[in-house]
Design a protein around this ligand. Sequence first.
Ligand code: NAP
Length: 247
Amino acid sequence: MSELVPTAVVTGGSRGIGKAVAKTLAGRGFQIYLTYVSKADEAGAVVEDILAAGGKARAFALDVSRPEAVAAFFQEEIRDKVFLSVLVNNAGIAKDNLILRLKDEDWDKVLNTDLRGPFVCMREAAKIMTRQRLGRIVNLVSVVGQMGNPGQANYSAAKAGLIGLTKTGAKELAARNITVNAVAPGFVETDMTGSLSEETRRVYLEQIPLKRFGTAQDVAEAVAFLASDKAAYITGQVLSVNGGMYC
Ligand code: NAP
């Protein structure tokens, strides 16, 4: 298997944090397989940027909320074709509302994308990584999965669940030299947070001791560390990148 190209799969690599992670890991020498769900142009632009910088990258349309599509992707594009060094479970959505108004449909959409999606990706990646006897899995969780947030019952439950999945995955897969960790961003400037009102932004900023919002690159650096050889003895951990918002 040593001749296979070391590859990092980054789900949701077309925009925001996933884009920064894809570019950062490409700069550390990994071939990047980034996925997107609808924004093919943005995914293509990230691939072009990586190629222009001398790296290797491909983009794949993959809805992580569809288990059969995820299984087919790992089976057809990854298994025996590349060395799966890293899986970054980054793809995520939010559909916010107060519990009293939250529809079952929006609960299911967020849980299926933000929790079942990473679970199925982890399961399919683990089938390959266990054969390799090496692998790194990094899950994007959130400060709201650690502390809760009014209006985000579905999202915070999914992210808290993903923290539990991270810790269990770490224990189950350690024997095969696979580490499983999570990065928990606070408030990061991306499309996901772009629609928040000025008032909401002001309230969040007041809760951040470092007095600024995070950047996608702040988060990408933490992911790249956990994906590196330097983090070989770290597993089952949640690394917060939140400016001190929750500690
Ligand atoms: P973003 O800018 O909204 O980008 C979301 C990414 O996920 C896009 O690449 C999108 O693809 C992809 N995606 C959405 N649904 C998908 C699905 N069903 N299947 C596959 N890909 C899907 O989000 P972000 O702010 O960068 O957040 C990235 C991760 O960090 C998420 O897990 C989020 O929960 C977490 N996080 C973000 C913040 C923050 O403040 N921004 C804070 C804490 C945690 P398309 O481009 O094709 O739509």
